[in-house]
Design a protein around this ligand. Structure first.
Ligand code: BES
Ligand code: ZN
Length: 846
């Protein structure tokens, strides 16, 4: 890699005075950025992007500068080094890219309105004001903002407002912080506020298109999260307020701006009377995630983006730690097991995947490392391993010391390991670096060889993989005492199996709790023993059996056909984690069948067998007596029954639809999506389609809107499919932030796949212009690769994306996705016959 020079090496700002005048009408920003700092070189560099620089002055005198578009900045010739104050006058456009300073659009009572907000991470602060836009360049900021203000509008920023003069809003000087965490917003907002025990003002803000009670849930979770973190981290929340703001247009899920956290509406607001438990949990964990960052990320920030995991992996773990403390009855770690664990295990098995710690320089590449499966899910699993190793007491003590040492400054990964090592007396870094610095993860093979119980480790791949002889320091968590706590050699022998088995009185297991990032391949003896004692296993262990078999089948170490007969043994479980793992496998079988074939019929029959009892037990309507597991399992099994085309299920859903046709939004949120989709699939027509589309346009409930989009994208009518694709580019119907899930829905629908795929290829340029500046752009490729599974689509995918392979930020994604589809196509080709025979046998024998 070529050595890139960071601007911070030329100029180290200590304080900014930023004045902005923002006009929604003309879509123009004009401003000045006055930066005081230390020039280390006589020519300093400052970031700006898409700006017109009108003047650069030092002490009132113009100084020469050059624009460097490539480096996204300007070079200013000061003529000398040392302390200086530079003033930059600029104008910039207000763009619709959901980056920098941008408008969000919404309607209240038929009136079109805008909220202006900001999104600066990773490198868009430079679109708002000239600055040294690197995380290490921490400084204090004074903000003064003027805008085309209307009566009753509210303006918010990281710090409280101190005064308004001549229409200019002045904010208190920030703490020392990174530019990517600056934020402000203004518009016609409603709010709910409260205070923590320690006196921090907590607030939730949203457009007035929403009911006031939609803010309540978030306010409660935000307040209690801050209280939790103040206690857990033993470090006070450092600012006077913590505002949570829902923006109608938002690219990411949420953003941890210090003191002014911004969210997608779907991740902050909810109808307290009709929201499914999983959505409540999601909103709660998102809030807890962003608030974890207020310390980890905001108070202490990674020195450079290569250590992004210090922010994201950590916040991803802490969202579960916090919510588990706030809502213990939710058993939120089970969600970690059904979402983060499989996501990490799947993606991290593809050769070419990045490691959690990854070198980056190019801004386009920085956005690409925010990979939810790696820096989030795998990184969080890595920290879960670290937490289990050192224990909560040492973790908290270590964190406290880490915050004390680095607050208002920056840190590297090694600093965290050092703090945890000091607190625990263990060499945490030497274990963790094997997970942090290496891509992939091991499969541990457990086998009885010549009577000896032996373990070995090797990297696990799905698809072709170059074995680089990687080894990990694996926290084994075995139920047999003789197994080492950390398995760090290629193989180990644990002793005579017969003796060990007899002494233990239970089957041999490793990775008890499924908290270490590896999978296990038991030989026939050991697996049979486990399966013979299935009922003695707890739910997580059962999930793990299914999870590991599934991955081994994807990795071609066993056959899917062998798993099929096992499925029914898990089908009666009350546990959501087991059902989630079970139906993940069942859903994987769908790719082995051709639409409308006898194989598909047999598979539907299998789904019916698996789900019938559970559907009878749980029914369609949520009950007051439901356990959390019941609430979360119901949607899984209803979905299965509908795939099965179970006549009763189809009729029940239709009846619910008919009874609620006048107020579909009030259908119980947990099952609403199935009722709507069923109606479109089995009783659909143009009128229904238009009605649902209209509901989508007018509703302000994000969960309901998501359900509606699933329903309309399931249409099989060619005319309606044409109409469906037609709204993709109509921002008044589908906001660009939501388009990807529409695209995914259509692409996963056999009848609409061709149209959706044609749209993507034909209108790629439009997509790039609309969401290209956005960090979610490459996920259109990921989504496509997640669905394609035929040789024809594979060829088309390569033909379309291969020519784009050198686009910055897209290279790794395209390379990996090609491998992902390739291995899936091959899997199907090789195993289709055996899998379908196995499915047929299951359904005949019953
Ligand atoms: N810092 C991120 C938001 C972000 C992501 C900014 C990518 C720039 C590029 C934020 O803390 C985050 O992780 N958001 C998640 C939601 C979350 C709770 C998992 C997101 O946006 O997906
Ligand atoms: Zn985050």
């Amino acid at each position: 890699m070529t050595e890139t020079k960071h601007f911070y090496q030329t100029f180290q700002p200590t304080h900014y005075q930023i004045a902005l005048d923002i006009n929604r009408g003309t879509k123009l920003i004009s401003g000045t950025s006055t930066i005081t700092g230390e020039a280390l070189e006589s020519i300093i560099s400052v970031h700006e992007k898409y700006m017109t620089i009108n003047a650069v002055t030092v002490a009132g005198t113009a100084v020469p500068f050059t624009i460097d578009e490539q480096a996204e900045g300007l070079h200013i010739d000061l003529g000398q080094t040392g302390k200086t104050t530079v003033t930059i006058d600029f104008t910039a456009p207000l763009t619709d890219s959901m980056m920098g300073i941008y408008p969000s659009y919404y309607e209240v009572n038929g009136e079109k309105k805008q909220i202006i907000g900001t999104q600066f991470e990773t490198t868009a602060a430079r679109q708002a004001f000239p600055c040294v836009d690197e995380p290490e360049a921490k400084a204090t900021f004074d903000l003064a903002i003027k805008f085309d203000e209307q009566p009753g509008e509210t303006i918010l920023s990281n710090m409280p407002e101190t005064k308004t003069e001549a229409g200019v809003h002045y904010f208190a000087t920030t703490k020392k912080m990174s530019s990517y965490l600056i934020a402000f917003a203004f518009g016609d907002l409603q709010k709910k506020v409260t205070e923590t025990k320690s006196g921090v003002k907590v607030g939730v803000f949203a457009a007035k298109a929403h009911q006031a009670n939609e803010l309540d849930f978030a306010l409660d979770i935000a307040k209690r999260s801050i209280e939790f973190y103040e206690d857990f981290y033993q470090t006070p929340y450092p600012l006077p307020h913590s505002w949570q703001l829902a923006l109608p247009d938002f690219s990411a899920g949420a953003m941890e701006n210090w003191g002014l956290v911004t969210y997608r509406e779907a991740y902050l607001l909810l109808d307290p009377d009709n929201t499914a438990l999983d959505m409540k949990q999601r909103v709660a964990t998102v809030i807890a995630h962003e608030l974890a960052h207020q310390w980890f990320g905001d108070l202490v920030t990674m020195k450079w983006w290569d250590d992004l995991w210090l922010n994201e992996s950590f916040a991803n773990m802490m969202e579960y730690v916090a919510i588990d403390a706030l809502e213990p009855d939710w058993h939120i770690w089970e969600t970690f097991q059904t979402s983060d664990a499989p996501m990490a295990l799947q993606r991290d098995a593809t050769d070419g995947v990045q490691s959690v710690h990854v070198e980056v320089e190019d801004p386009a590449e920085i956005d690409a490392i925010f990979d939810s499966a790696i820096v989030y899910a795998k990184g969080a699993r890595m920290l879960v391993m670290a937490r289990a190793l050192v224990g909560d007491q040492a973790l908290r003590q270590g964190l406290k010391a880490y915050f004390e040492a680095h607050q208002y400054g920056n840190a590297k990964g090694a600093d965290l390991w050092a703090a945890l090592s000091d607190a625990s007396g263990m060499d945490v870094g030497s274990i963790m670096n094997t997970w942090l610095e290496q891509p992939g993860y091991p499969v541990v093979t457990a086998a009885v060889k010549d009577g000896q119980l032996t373990l070995s480790q090797a990297q696990f791949f799905i698809g072709d993989g170059q074995d680089a002889q990687r080894q990990w320091k694996i926290p084994l968590n075995s139920n047999y005492e003789t197994a080492p706590a950390i398995f760090e050699t290629p193989t180990v022998t644990l002793g005579t199996y017969q003796d060990l088995r007899q002494k233990a009185g239970e089957p041999f297991q490793v990775n008890v709790g499924n908290n270490s990032h590896f999978i296990v391949k038991y030989d026939d003896t050991l697996l049979t023993d486990i399966l013979d004692h299935l009922d003695d296993l707890d739910a997580i262990a059962q999930l793990q059996v299914l999870q590991d078999l599934r991955l081994l089948a994807d990795g071609r170490q066993i056959s899917y056909a062998k798993i099929v007969p096992l499925l029914s043994r898990f089908a009666a479980s009350d546990a959501t984690v087991v059902n989630a793992a079970l139906y993940r496998i069942a859903n994987n079988l769908k790719k082995f069948v051709t639409p409308d074939s006898t194989e598909e019929k047999a598979l539907r029959a299998l789904f019916d067998q698996l789900s019938a009892q559970q559907v009878a037990r749980l029914g369609w309507t949520p009950k007051a007596t439901d356990t959390n597991d019941d609430q979360l399992t119901r949607p899984i099994v209803l979905n299965a029954a509908l795939y099965a085309q179970n006549a009763q299920a189809v009729a029940d859903a239709h009846e619910l639809f008919t009874a609620n046709a006048a107020h579909l939004g009030t259908l119980p949120a947990a099952i609403r999506v199935f009722v709507l989709r069923n109606e479109v699939q089995h009783f659909g027509n143009a009128t229904l389609f238009d009605n649902l589309l209209n509901e989508y346009r007018t509703s302000t409930d994000p969960s309901y809107k998501a359900d509606l989009s699933v329903a309309v994208t399931a249409t099989t009518d060619p005319t309606l499919i044409h109409k469906l694709i037609g709204v993709f580019e109509d921002a008044d119907t589908v906001k660009p932030q939501d388009l990807r899930s529409w695209y995914r829905g259509a692409l996963a629908n056999d009848a609409a796949q061709q149209a959706a795929w044609d749209w993507l290829r034909n209108d790629w340029q439009w997509l790039e212009d609309t969401v290209g500046g956005d960090m979610e752009f490459t996920t259109y490729i990921t989504v496509t690769a997640g669905i394609f599974h035929t040789p024809v689509r594979f060829a088309e995918f390569k033909a379309f994306f291969n020519p784009k392979i050198n686009t910055p930020g897209m290279t790794r994604e395209i390379k990996m996705d090609i491998k992902i589809i390739e291995s899936r196509v091959k899997l199907i080709e090789d195993e289709k016959a055996a899998v379908n025979a196995s499915v047929a046998q299951q359904t005949q024998s019953k």
